[in-house]
Design a protein around this ligand. Structure first.
Ligand SMILES: [Zn+2]
Length: 885
């Protein structure tokens, strides 16, 4: 619409001022990327921000080098009101008209005469709003009685903060000056250079000029912050602070204690000091669609993960915070120092930071068993990657939606898993040398996948880049069929590969990969290993043993990105020795493969279920949880025949009930972390899903006690206990939860109660719960927790879907824009053709308006199709297994 308006306005000008032909030549906005007419070489930005006010003002001076003579330049600006624009070239002023164009945030800058090639200085004066719902661009939020303002500019929202060239390849120094209320302070990418009092009770804070940064890594925060000095760390003695809203410094202890050691661990790996002048960790009261952001020198966080009272500093929170901290800090080198050239390489940023965090925590806290967490994450993303609608790691960017979709588990976990596989194949030292080469070749610049692969190959051996590319440039999980061939002189592994496709998929199995395969096995002597590259659809590799292996694991350490399907009796032989010969990570990987293969129809579900009682008594928490995952999939994947619900509940109680009672709901002094984590994963689950009235009554008693006294349940158990009580709860309990929600002062408690309210099974109560989402008494961003929790259960997910479809426009209008793209996922609870049709029909004409929505809808529809097919394939097998329980 705007396009038509500006075109007709330009046509009008032509008639009136026939001589000003330049306006008539106004070009159409670019389809996606800025043309290469010119590039910025530096910005000077001055912003006046009072977080207590809904709008801000700014001026931007940007130096641009024009590569050619032009009278029209494309930049970005979105939701900004440009009040004045001017330009100078060679000392002479040039008339400028700056007009927002199209619907993708383009700004057309028309000069009144052709300029360039050479330097031109552009000046903009403008105003904008501080968003109060979304966390894109510049936004403001309240904590207590105080307002705070923050920025979140990745991936394409710097254009909401200032007119700029909003693509990652444009790296320049930025000079920021903020005029803020005197009672507040400000933080940005660099240390403060100077500050002085300004007019009208303001303070003018000028920050040091930054190292070259792309627009998406510029950041600021303004408010009555308090600061925790976390000391200095690393080769350059980098100063570290934790920046909190007023009154919360006591919640910053863990972050303050751990940031320095993690920074030093990263420096040691990269062989390079922290690349920026300082590091601030800044808490944002509430983030949407992101958890933390790696802005250079100023990492911004969701407060719920960065800060915690001692009682809320749970094991999971400490691990999650450390994981995110290592991830965001790894980005300071990998993303900030060396930046992707374009968003088709999002994986370079995200896969690497995810992988780097895993390996850093593995060394820093061996007792956290990160190798197991890594295997779990890999198996989860292999499920996503089994969809035909899955993205490639390195996916072409054709539309702005593609940029939104690129921040998905494929870019994070699949990429990290593939890096793990190749690191393992070529060796840790060579891989690290390649990483160092890559960073050293592009400091404060840009690079691509090709640059990275070339550096890794140069540090190792030829063929690595080509093999790696087969995982980057095609979607899907390789399924390796594994047999042994022992008739020749030396035993061999006979392998074949195809894409793993679950039953009911429309996909093809033509893809092949160059797969590094490392195996381990035994044949009487001590176990030994062998590695090789499977390059064709089928082939042989040397077996790890001298004689025919008595047992064989085809994925040593579960570091390979593939699933293994063992032929003949290889699986049963492997399971027989699993407790003795396989690491915990290997056993978890094996169980997760069996689960995925059964749900995908490649083996009977009854065989997978038979492993549940067999391994449920393991002393390892991770293995018990892998068995729970198989058991839970019966319900989650809709494989449970309705008449066998009581059998299923008895199966769970008989398998896990004794352990659940032994653990109880309450931790004991001196317990280790694994025991506590097992309690969290097991006890509320059995109370909720099993047939154990005593556990259910205890969950209810504790939930009621928690409503009066928050210390009645460990913080780590509270949400699950509240949900378990709700699953068997009545209106009286519902009313207590609802009243507690509306009275709760802490956001964490409100989120717990929202999840719990969506866990009742009575549709009437669920309807009342969802109605809270549109109530004027609630914050929609918090209340959205209900929709996520509802997906755990058929009744609640159906209630969530009904509420969505009945109130769609109001829901979308009150949602932060960046979260609306996930709306199609609320239809994922269906497992029948009619439900699928309903979801598809409902989103016709709607999904295109949701950022990233079309691909998310495709995932949902395909998931429903697969669910229908899996149920048809496995219901009889599940029935066979459950009927005797
Ligand atoms: Zn990241």
């Amino acid at each position: 619409m705007r396009f038509l308006t500006s075109r007709s306005a330009a046509a009008g000008l032509l008639v009136v001022f026939g001589a000003v032909r330049i306006f008539g030549a106004e070009p159409e906005p670019p389809a996606l990327r800025l043309p290469k007419t010119g590039r910025p070489t530096g910005y000077v930005v001055e912003l006046t921000i009072d977080p207590s006010q809904p709008s801000f003002r700014g001026t931007v001076d940007v130096a641009v080098r024009l590569d050619e003579k032009t009278s029209y330049l494309w930049m970005h600006a979105e939701a900004l009101k440009i009040e004045r624009a001017s330009a100078k070239a060679g000392g002479a002023a040039i008339g400028v008209t700056a007009t927002p164009r199209g619907d993708q945030g383009f700004l057309g800058v028309a000069f009144d005469r052709p300029v360039g090639p050479g330097e031109v200085a552009l000046h903009f004066e403008y105003s904008g709003t501080l968003d109060e719902t979304s966390t894109q661009g510049l936004f403001r939020q309240k904590s207590g009685d105080d307002w705070y303002a923050f920025s979140q500019l990745e991936s394409a929202d710097a254009r909401r903060a200032f007119p700029c060239f909003d693509e990652p390849s444009f790296k320049t120094p930025w000079q920021l000056t903020l005029t803020i209320p005197k009672a507040t302070t400000a933080v940005s990418n660099t240390p403060i250079e100077s500050q002085k009092d300004g007019a009208g009770g303001t303070r003018i804070v000028r920050f040091q000029k930054t190292k070259p940064l792309p627009s998406y890594l510029v950041a600021l925060a303004v408010g009555p912050f308090e600061y925790v000095d976390a000391g200095r760390a690393g080769r350059n003695k980098t100063p570290i602070r934790i920046v909190t809203p007023r009154g919360k410094t006591s919640q910053a202890k863990y972050a303050a204690a751990t940031t320095g050691p993690l920074l030093e661990a990263l420096e040691a790996y990269f062989g390079m000091p922290f690349p920026f002048e300082k590091l601030d960790q800044v808490a944002i009261p509430q983030t949407v669609s992101f958890g933390a952001m790696e802005n250079a020198g100023i990492i911004t966080w969701s407060e719920s993960v960065l800060l915690a009272d001692p009682a809320e500093e749970t094991i999971k929170l400490r691990r999650q915070q450390s994981d995110w901290n290592a991830h965001e800090m790894a980005h300071q080198w990998f993303g900030d120092l060396v930046t992707l050239a374009w968003w088709d390489d999002v994986w370079l940023n995200e896969s690497f930071a995810t992988w780097m965090s895993d390996r850093t925590l593995t060394e820093w806290k061996p007792e956290w068993n990160m190798d197991v967490a890594r295997v779990e994450a890999r198996s989860n993303v292999m499920n996503d990657d089994s969809l035909v609608s899955a993205r490639k790691i390195r996916q072409e960017i054709k539309t702005p939606d593609d940029i939104v979709n690129a921040f998905d588990p494929i870019s994070y976990q699949k990429g990290a898993a593939v890096l793990t596989m190749f690191e393992s194949w070529i060796g840790k030292e060579k891989f690290r040398d390649g990483v160092r080469k890559y960073l050293a070749a592009h400091p404060y610049g840009n690079a691509t996948s090709q640059d990275f692969l070339r550096a890794i190959e140069a540090a190792s051996f030829p063929g690595v880049a080509a093999a790696f590319s087969t995982f980057l440039d095609q979607a899907g999980v390789p399924l390796l069929e594994v047999a042994t061939a022992c008739s020749g002189d030396k035993p061999l592994l006979a392998l074949s590969q195809k894409r793993f496709l679950p039953v009911g998929t429309p996909g093809s199995e033509k893809e092949t990969w160059k797969v590094p395969v490392c195996s381990r096995g035994g044949s009487g002597a001590a176990p030994s290993r062998a590695c090789g590259l499977l390059s064709e659809a089928s082939g042989t590799l040397p077996a790890p043993t001298q004689s025919c292996p008595a047992w064989l694991l085809a994925n040593e350490g579960e570091r390979g990105y593939y699933r293994a399907l063992y032929k003949g009796d290889l699986l049963s032989k492997l399971l027989d020795v699993a407790d003795r010969e396989l690491s915990i990570a290997e056993r978890v990987g094996l169980l997760r493969d069996v689960d995925a293969l059964a749900v995908g129809g490649a083996m009977p579900m009854s065989e997978a279920l038979a492993l549940v009682p067999r391994f449920a008594g393991s002393p390892s928490r991770a293995i018990v949880q892998a068995t729970i995952r198989i058991a839970a999939d019966v319900k989650d994947k809709h494989l449970l025949p309705p008449d066998l619900k009581p059998n299923y509940a008895r199966f769970l109680t008989k398998t896990y009930g004794a352990k659940a009672h032994e653990l109880g709901f309450v931790s004991r002094p001196g317990e280790d972390e694994e025991t506590r984590l097992l309690r969290e994963g097991l006890v509320p689950y059995i109370a909720r899903e099993g047939s154990d009235p005593a556990l259910q009554a205890e969950a209810r008693r504790l939930a009621l006690a928690w409503l009066d006294d928050r210390s009645a349940i460990d913080a780590s158990m509270a949400t699950d206990v509240l949900e378990a009580a709700a699953a068997h709860g009545d209106r009286a309990l519902f009313d207590r939860y609802k009243a507690a929600l509306l009275a709760a002062k802490e956001r964490r408690d409100r989120k717990r109660l929202y999840s719990a309210l969506a866990s009742f099974s009575d549709p009437q109560l669920l309807g009342e719960a969802f109605a809270l989402r549109l109530s004027s008494q609630t914050d929609p961003r918090e209340a959205d927790a209900m929709f996520l929790a509802a997906l755990d259960d058929d009744e609640s997910s159906l209630a969530g879907w009904k509420f969505l479809t009945a109130n769609y426009d109001a829901l979308i209008a009150s949602s932060p824009r960046e979260s609306t793209g996930f709306t199609p996922y609320l239809g994922i609870g269906f497992c029948d053709a009619a439900g699928r049709r309903e979801v598809e029909e409902f989103f016709k004409g709607r999904v295109e308006k949701l950022p990233g929505g079309p691909r998310n809808l495709a995932h949902v529809l395909e998931t429903i199709d697969l669910c229908v097919a899996a149920r048809a394939a496995q219901e009889a097998s599940v029935r066979e297994f459950l009927k005797s329980w």
